[in-house]
Design a protein around this ligand. Sequence first.
Ligand code: ARG
Length: 461
Amino acid sequence: TANAQWGGRFAGGPSAIMREINVSIGFDKVMWRQDIAGSLAHAAMLAKTGIISAEDEQAIRKGLTEIGHEIEAGTFVFEDALEDIHMNIEARLSERIGEPGKRLHTARSRNDQVATDFRLWVRDAIDGISAQVTALMHSLATRALEYADTVMPGFTHLQTAQPVTFGHHLLAYVEMLSRDHGRLADARKRLNECPLGSAALAGTSFPIDRKMTAAALGFDRPTANSLDAVSDRDFALEYLSALSIMAMHLSRLAEEIVIWCSAPFSFIRLSDAFTTGSSIMPQKRNPDAAELARAKVGRITGALISLLTVMKGLPLAYAKDMQEDKVPVFGATEAIALTLAACDGMVRDLTASKSQMQLFAGSGFSTATDLADWLVRVLKLPFRTAHHVTGRIVALAEAKGVDLSQLSLSDMQSVEPGITADIFSVLSVEASVASRTSEGGTAASNVKQQATSWLKKTAAH
Ligand code: ARG
């Protein structure tokens, strides 16, 4: 039999395959709250403008509210034959309240309906993910304050470069996440226009009030062009782009956690709550949560590429291709939410080994730059010359198998006669870190100040 909602001009029903490729209720039912909210706003507007009667609007309101309860209670029967969440709810409404239910779709199409529902869903998702990002920033800042003066090796090329503080390293991720948060906020601003009232593609001849529905649904204004409103999904793409960049950042944090807790590094220890054992090797403590957080970026970036590819080359206005917008967005949202939660748990629970970090902070001649800077500051050598002199001192230390601070004064003077015993004051990792007081530098005083300021900014989450 033909579809009850649109079957008027059909003699026969769709084939089983047609149904299967067409149906979206399996995934778009998660938008039921948004769909009901959109319909309530639409019905109220239809009544206010005199397009339907106040009694019809009351019946619709009551019916939709009860349908909401049915869905919440799990008693609502979702029908594949009704394709999607929009027609499932509308059909049920007519079943419950009769004629008024059949008036609800006046001056509306599923095209502006789905565009509205999906924007509402993505807006809610942005709010939820933003709150999680703030929570993770807060956890990172909390640990950064605790480890503000814990010295660790800073790397470039994953080779020991210069000592930094663990607090400074953690705050680097807070900065990245704050930009991720900002990208979501930007996307939300552009998203926040209401497509409802664009109807199928051309607008409607009914005297609707789009400002009223936009305001009722918390949008800043109605969208300006009906064709654009029903046929673009750039709001979802912006959201997925922001999530992809965020997931990339989290994968770097996760990778560092994996490295730091590996036995040869042993910089940190993850809690039992965020590690797993091996079925054969009894000694193992595997950082599976970090590895999965590192991997989720694949799924999330995949979602972005998937939707970009769906949208590429589509002619205006709506095409059914666009039904494929939801699965990537729902999947990426679930993946980022879990990744953020896992990162937050690991960060809150981890313990850092100050002694191990300190030990390796001093390896690999990590204070060579401090030595060169001393030659510039005290002996007034040009930096390029000081760099060369320091390189020869490093070679000497390496040949003798000692650290820079273990060389004797006369060893150093054999390379540069002007060097005095004062040089030793800059060769310790503590002195190196403490001297990096330039704005944004790693000195504990900077880290404490910045961690405190981030803790304040992220407090009300
Ligand atoms: N389920 C559809 C979607 O998600 C709703 C819009 C259907 N519109 C249409 N003209 N068939 O895109």
